[in-house]
Write a new protein. Sequence first.
Length: 322
Amino acid sequence: MKDIGIKEIKTNIPNDAFVSHIEGIIGNVKNVIFEGSFSNMHVYELEKGMIALFDFTDKTGTIPALMFGSRNKNFKDFLESIIMTHTYKVQGNVRLVEEADEQLPFSKNLLNKNILAITAIDDLADTKLFGVDIVKLYNYDVSKAYNFVKDNTDYLNDISIDEVKDIEFSATSDIIILLNNGDVILNGELKVNNIKLLVFLSGLSIFGISNENQIIPIIGSNYSYSFINNNNYKYKKILINPLVIIALTNENNIRLYGTVCDGAIDSNRLIDVEDIGYIDENDDIVVIKDSKPYSLFYENDYSNDVPEVMIEGTLNDVNIVE
């Protein structure tokens, strides 16, 4: 896989392009196009770029799929915009993995398998709101989002920008407005109040954190949302990054919701937890047990060397709420 290189993902596939089937590919084939959905995302950071490993499934089968991009915010935002429930058209090159690359720890698991190196991707869902791609709206700051909502709806009539704390958009074209007084307005109607923070994990998972540290689903409703809401439980502390919510209960146990990328979960690290924190040096979520940090997803070993642990505040895309 050393000859694949790092490249930015393009997003222009002709509408009339021939669509192949995964089960019909034999050997190494360039510039194939599939239609299907993603699952099981794992993200790896290299010195000169980033690699995302997925399973891509069409109606005939599943193939491991790789995306390559620069190690920057644009590519990270792009990966976070991928919605597992959407159908995508992807273009890329299929090849058989004949040897492992020691620089890519996952490659040994792909030996003697076909993989798809994706070079282009289109979301086939209707992802425009008032003529603007939903994914672009995800990255609007409050000022730009305020002007967009003000110009296209009456949701902000008689509400000045000084009263607005945050605005988020969902993959299903919902508009969520958080006011400084704690009110959350969903599509022009009051949804809930007493909220201090909106949490955007994906276009289909948006939560509010109340002033009492309750995790309130704003968009969507299913059993997993009920689990993390936990009957409006008031958590001791909540750690949030773009992929996962880690919640510490008053009984010193962990509940989590989100996408675990390339990590293991040990049930012993979910119980009898003194505190939770973040190690910026390794971009690692940790739990504190017996006054010692442990990597929650087994990404690092701190038995010999313990970097500085952040246990409160905001840093980069990580927010620890108490």
